[in-house]
Design a protein around this ligand. Structure first.
Ligand SMILES: [Zn+2]
Length: 494
């Protein structure tokens, strides 16, 4: 285990909490204001050392103390900053007054005088096979204390998501104690850019509290476009569009576009998506697609992400029709259509037989999605179907899914599912020659050819909601037109 040792002023974290406050103002589009204003909203010294409690208490809002030259801007900033502590818990390792004001940055811990605090940090890199418990104990932390600090962490982060390469910083108080031991004060690490989590000892009670700090994040919109030569995935990726964004687009278009058949060389794609990044350029999150268009053999498909007046978000075409249909044509990602509906020579039985569904070849374990909202009717072993799930969507339609390696947890008759929920995983159980999904659509109890079924359409925006959507759509088009196209180089830092 790699191990470095350094002593540093713990007060650094207190300063960071103040910068986060400014950052959240940037993210949410609040007017920027001098840092002293924000400090007066949530002064680091006034934040209690137990973040979970701080998050629930109302924040004392001090009266504006800035010159009357900009009273309006200050008021807005003060009011909007109020909910901030719920998203941005102050992160205090050691209260500032415990740290000597002139503590030097040094490679060795400062000498500990009796009655004076001296904070020592150990930074360890997580290796494959490490557990958080194991790492803490081998760093000299008492097992009981390690356990209770991990329990505190669990309130803000799942320790099972610890990955090799994560750097964990342990803090000890090296104050000379009668037995000469350093006292464990807690630990922190950065599981993803702009997020620092951990546990910290509350100096008053001696117990551990969760710690969470969010760093400044900036939001931006990016524009990508290109021509398909091989696949939307490959050419989109070459054009600098992140995989998460491409997956989102494929999912949104999959109600109307059959990605196995409809894509031809020369087809075009356009997309505008959101990215959040840290001040030093690291990507925190990307994925929300504001707009995407495909031009396939001359036919144009557009989708716009729209939040309606009730707050619900969905994708709509340019006419304000939801792209979401009652049933998905392809309830699985990245699969190949391996056998269509109709007469065929059965691969196992060897004679000609009606195939009353469609087969998608995919690796064992690939998630299978509910094709639409509904109620589970059957889930479990079902003869030659193997592990099988059947969903009732409405009075008219059911869908069925066969040969699963396993049914997803919670899938029992009577359970409700939403479109896109994982209901099971591809396998080869029952009468099957290899891993695939056998998918059936049943209309009034009988299997029908999905290719021929006309699904009921989704929501259609009308009247005022349609007007509101059109205004939003115009704004998206204007923004898209104003942006430069990203290149592979521009996104190489992801
Ligand atoms: Zn089949």
């Amino acid at each position: 285990m790699h191990r470095t040792r350094q002593a540093r002023r713990a007060a650094t974290f207190v300063v960071a909490a103040g910068t986060s406050a400014l950052a959240m103002a940037v993210v949410l589009g609040w007017p920027s204001s001098p840092r002293s204003d924000l400090a007066s909203v949530a002064p680091p010294a006034a934040v209690p050392a137990v973040p979970a409690v701080a998050a629930q208490e109302p924040v004392p809002v001090a009266p504006p103390t800035v010159p009357s030259a900009e009273p309006v801007a200050t008021q807005v900033a003060m009011v909007k900053a109020e909910p901030l502590p719920t998203q941005d818990v102050a992160f205090t390792m050691v209260s500032p007054d415990q740290v000597p004001e002139q503590a030097p940055m040094a490679d060795a811990p400062p000498p500990a005088e009796p009655g004076e605090s001296a904070v020592v940090e150990h930074t360890l890199t997580i290796k494959r096979g490490d557990t958080l418990m194991g790492v803490l104990v081998s760093a000299g932390v008492d097992a009981t204390e390690a356990h209770s600090s991990i329990q505190a962490l669990q309130e803000v982060w799942d320790p099972r998501q610890l990955r090799p390469g994560h750097e964990i910083t342990l803090t000890f108080d090296a104050t000379a104690t009668p037995d000469g031991n350093e006292v464990f004060q807690g630990f922190t690490f950065e599981p993803q850019p702009a997020l620092r989590v951990g546990a910290t000892r509350d100096p008053a009670s001696g117990t551990f509290a969760p710690a969470e700090e969010k760093a400044p994040v900036m939001a931006e919109k990016l524009r990508g476009e290109g021509t398909i030569e091989n696949s939307l995935f490959q050419d989109g990726s070459n054009a600098g569009i992140p995989i998460t964004v491409l997956s989102e687009i494929i999912k949104a278009f999959s109600y109307d576009v059959d990605f196995q058949r409809d894509i031809q060389p020369g087809d075009r794609f356009e997309v505008m998506f959101d990215r959040e990044r840290t001040e030093d350029g690291r990507t925190v999150r990307e994925g929300d697609v504001a707009y995407a268009a495909l031009t396939l053999s001359g036919k144009r498909y557009e989708i716009y992400r729209y939040q309606d007046s009730q707050g619900d978000v969905d994708y709509y075409d340019a006419k304000g029709h939801s792209v979401r249909k009652a049933l998905l044509r392809t309830p699985i990602n990245g699969a190949r259509l391996s056998s269509g509906y109709g007469m065929r020579t059965h691969p196992v039985l060897g004679y000609s037989k009606m195939h009353k569904g469609i087969d998608f070849a995919a690796p064992t374990g690939t998630p299978i999605y509910a094709a639409g909202d509904g109620v589970i009717e059957k889930a479990g072993a079902n003869g030659s179907y193997g592990n099988y799930v059947r969903i009732r969507h409405n009075k008219e339609f059911d869908t069925a899914y066969a040969h699963m390696s396993k049914v997803a947890p919670g899938m029992k008759p009577g359970a409700r599912v939403k479109q896109g929920d994982v209901i099971g995983y591809v396998g080869s159980t029952g009468r099957s020659t290899g891993p695939h999904l056998h998918y059936e659509i049943l209309k009034n109890g009988s299997q029908v050819n999905p290719q021929g079924v006309r699904f009921p359409t989704g929501r259609i925006l009308e009247a005022k909601e349609l007007q509101r959507f059109k205004t939003a759509m115009t704004e998206v088009q204007r923004t898209y037109a104003s942006l430069p196209t990203i290149s592979k180089v521009a996104s190489a830092g992801q």
